[in-house]
Design a protein around this ligand. Structure first.
Ligand code: ZN
Ligand code: ZN
Length: 411
C-alpha cells in the first residue's frame, strides 16, 4: 500500500531549547502529546535544518525551502509575499510592500504607529487605490487592507526596482523620512520617487475621508498616514501543481504563509476563528484540512501560536499550546491513503525570544513508511530516527518518493 495524499503540518516555531521553567526540558519534551508520540512511534523521524545548518530561518524563507523553492533564488523580501497574502494578484516583476495605517499630528510627526489599532479600513484603502494616480511614472497602484491596521501595496510597471528605504521611523515621536533608493540605479530611483508621490497624494485623501472625520469626532486616532516597508520584487514561481504534479491548498492564519501558498498557486482556504495566536480555532483548521484532503493531493497546514509563545519567552504557555495542538490532531489519524508530515519551520527558543538555527524535529507517517525506534516527537528523540538529519530542500523529494510521484534518476 502507498499513500496518495499529503498533509504537511508545520507547527510554526514549535522547536526549542531546554527551558529553565520546564526543568531543562524543551516545551515539546515537557508537553503530554499522545497523538504526536503515536505518530512518531508508527512513522519515521529525523531532524531537519530547514534552510541549512547554522542559518536562522525566517518563516517565509523556511516555508519556501521546505516546499522546494530555494529562498536564495525566490526570496526578495517580505513585501510581495505579504501582498499576495492580502489578496493582491502579484505578477512576476511587480514590487510589493507591507504597510501600516498610522496616526500623525498636524506637524507630520508619528503619534501612533498603528492608528489606535484601527480595523475595517477597506473604505480608506479603496479611496487611496482609486484616487492616487501614478500614471506619470507608468505605475499602476494596487492597495489593499489587511488584518487590523495592516495593509499591502503593490506597484505594476516597467523599470521599477525594489531596493528602496522605508518611511517607517519605527517609533513614535519621529517624522516619517522620505523614500530614498538604496543603490544609485534608475530603477530604484523610480520606485522611491513613485513612493514619495504615493504618500504626497494619499495624505489629503486620508485626512478628508469620512471615516477619519468620524474617528476624530469620537476622539480616536485617525488613520492619516501610511507607513511602508519590506519592499521586494515578485519572483517567477513555477506553480506547485506543475512542479510536483500535485493539486494543493494552504490553510494558515498568517498572511505571509498564505501569500507564499498563493504565489505557488495553492488554493487558500479561510477558516473562521483562525487567529495565528494560541486562541486560534484549531478544530476548525483540522476540519478544513480534512475537507481539502478529500479534493486535493496536498495540504499545507500552518499552526502559528507556538512561535508567538517562543517570541514572548513563555515556555509554560508554549507547552500548554502544544498539548492543545496534540489533542486537535486525532481526526487526521483516520484519513485513508494519506501521508502525514509534521515538522517546524524553525526553532523559536523561549530563552532567546527569536528564531534560532537549531534543527527542527520531523516525522513522516503513513502507508509504506518504514518505522524506526523513535517513540516520542521532540527535538532530541527525533534525532535518533531513520531520517537522520536532512536539509529542508530534501523534504519534498522524500515526500514525492513515498507517494510514488518521484521520477527515476538513470536507467
Ligand atoms: Zn515561523
Ligand atoms: Zn517567529
Amino acid at each position: 500500500m502507498t499513500a496518495r495524499k499529503v498533509l504537511l503540518l508545520i507547527i510554526d516555531g514549535v522547536s526549542d531549547r531546554p527551558c529553565r521553567e520546564l526543568g531543562r526540558l524543551t516545551p515539546l519534551q515537557a508537553a503530554r502529546t499522545p497523538i504526536l508520540d503515536r505518530i512518531a512511534a508508527e512513522g519515521v523521524s529525523g531532524i531537519m535544518d530547514t534552510i541549512s545548518p547554522g542559518i536562522r530561518p525566517g518563516s517565509d524563507t523556511s516555508h519556501l525551502s521546505l516546499l522546494g523553492y530555494p529562498p536564495e533564488k525566490y526570496y526578495t523580501g517580505r513585501g510581495p509575499l505579504e501582498a499576495a497574502g492580502t489578496g493582491i494578484t502579484m505578477e512576476p516583476g511587480m514590487i510589493g510592500f507591507r504597510c501600516n495605517y498610522a496616526t500623525v499630528d498636524e506637524s507630520g510627526q508619528v503619534v501612533d504607529r498603528r492608528a489606535g489599532r484601527i480595523h475595517n479600513t477597506s473604505m480608506l484603502s479603496r479611496e487611496v487605490e482609486e484616487k492616487v494616480d501614478l500614471s506619470p511614472f507608468g505605475v499602476d497602484v494596487i492597495f489593499r487592507s489587511g488584518a487590523g491596521h495592516r495593509a499591502a501595496l503593490a506597484f505594476r510597471g516597467a523599470g521599477l526596482g525594489a531596493c528602496v528605504s522605508s518611511n517607517d521611523p519605527k517609533k513614535e515621536g519621529a517624522y516619517p523620512p522620505a523614500f530614498v533608493p538604496l543603490h544609485d540605479s534608475a530603477a530604484d530611483n523610480k520606485t522611491a520617487d513613485a513612493l514619495n508621490e504615493f504618500i504626497r497624494q494619499s495624505l489629503p485623501l486620508l485626512a478628508e475621508h469620512t471615516l477619519n472625520k468620524e474617528r476624530k469626532k469620537m476622539g480616536l486616532p485617525m488613520a492619516n498616514m501610511i507607513l511602508i516597508r519590506g519592499a521586494g520584487q515578485m519572483g517567477d514561481f513555477e506553480p506547485f501543481g506543475k512542479r510536483y504534479g500535485l493539486s494543493g491548498s494552504v490553510i494558515s492564519a498568517a498572511t505571509l504563509i498564505t501569500g507564499i501558498g498563493k504565489s505557488l498557486g495553492l488554493r487558500h482556504v479561510k477558516v473562521e476563528g483562525a487567529t495565528g495566536s494560541s486562541d486560534t480555532n484549531l478544530d476548525g483548521k483540522v476540519k478544513a484540512a480534512i475537507r481539502e484532503l478529500n479534493e486535493q493531493d496536498f495540504v499545507l497546514l500552518n499552526i502559528k501560536g507556538a512561535d508567538e509563545a517562543g517570541h514572548d519567552g513563555l515556555a509554560i504557555e508554549k507547552k500548554n499550546f502544544i498539548e492543545r495542538i496534540d489533542s486537535a490532531l486525532q481526526p487526521f489519524l483516520s484519513i485513508e491513503e494519506c501521508l502525514i508530515v509534521i515538522c517546524a519551520d524553525h526553532s523559536t527558543p523561549c530563552s532567546i525570544r527569536d528564531h534560532s538555527a537549531d534543527p527542527v524535529p520531523l516525522v513522516i507517517w503513513g502507508d509504506g513508511v518504514r518505522t524506526d525506534s523513535v517513540i516520542t516527537f521532540d527535538e532530541v528523540a527525533c534525532a535518533e530516527g531513520g531520517l537522520n538529519r536532512i536539509p529542508g530542500h530534501a523534504l519534498m523529494p522524500i515526500i514525492c518518493d513515498l507517494i510514488n510521484r518521484a521520477k527515476k534518476y538513470g536507467a
